[in-house]
Write a new protein. Structure first.
Length: 196
């Protein structure tokens, strides 16, 4: 039974992070079909047919606190994200298994979600560090993580086997509690700067 962190709803300017439930399944099936995200070889996004089982899986694990990402404009689920690899003793979480439908990618939604999750992690949960992991070859994800202000800790070589059967090298990034004030200001600036 999960004892930390408790489920919570986090609301920002562009996104609301709501505790994941089967009520989000239909929206998430449409979201993953937008751009055929489940066909990307370097990441694991559930197919529309596998969405119900993936929601059940994420909700059943004590080491995960999953969220549906809702657009504040439409109220519809446009993706998923998770506090995962939860380490209550050391007050650490990973933000991962994040994906967004193609229509909202490269917009302000990701910055808003990360600001919400990092603020909650450092200011409500008193985390000492928040980690991000991605496939070494997922360059878009790595650039997005680096734009947040997370620092590369290193590469875990031959870390895991992907669903396609290839071997994944994992890039590990971290934001630590002393770094959080500067990262927070960077994210707020990212939110307010004019978009091209």
């Amino acid at each position: 039974m999960r004892i930390w962190p408790d489920p919570v709803t986090l609301t920002g300017t562009h996104a609301t992070l709501a505790p994941l439930s089967q009520a989000h399944c239909t929206d998430l099936q449409k979201a993953t079909a937008d751009g055929d995200l489940h066909k990307l070889w370097y990441t694991a996004v559930p197919s529309p047919e596998a969405m119900e089982a993936e929601i059940d899986r994420r909700m059943s694990l004590d080491t995960m606190l999953p969220f549906a990402i809702l657009s504040t404009q439409t109220g519809r689920a446009v993706g998923m994200t998770t506090y995962m690899n939860i380490d209550a003793v050391n007050r650490r979480v990973e933000i991962g298994s994040t994906w967004y439908r193609r229509a909202v990618q490269r917009g302000p939604l990701n910055t808003d979600c990360k600001l919400l999750m990092l603020t909650h992690a450092f200011e409500a949960l008193d985390c000492i560090a928040v980690e991000f992991r991605t496939h070494y070859l997922n360059h878009a994800s790595r650039r997005a993580i680096e734009r947040l202000g997370a620092k590369l800790d290193g590469i875990l070589r031959a870390h895991s086997i992907t669903p396609s059967g290839t071997i994944r090298d994992t890039a590990v990034y971290t934001v630590t509690a002393p770094e959080w004030p500067a990262v927070r200001e960077n994210l707020k600036w990212q939110q307010s700067k004019p978009r091209d």
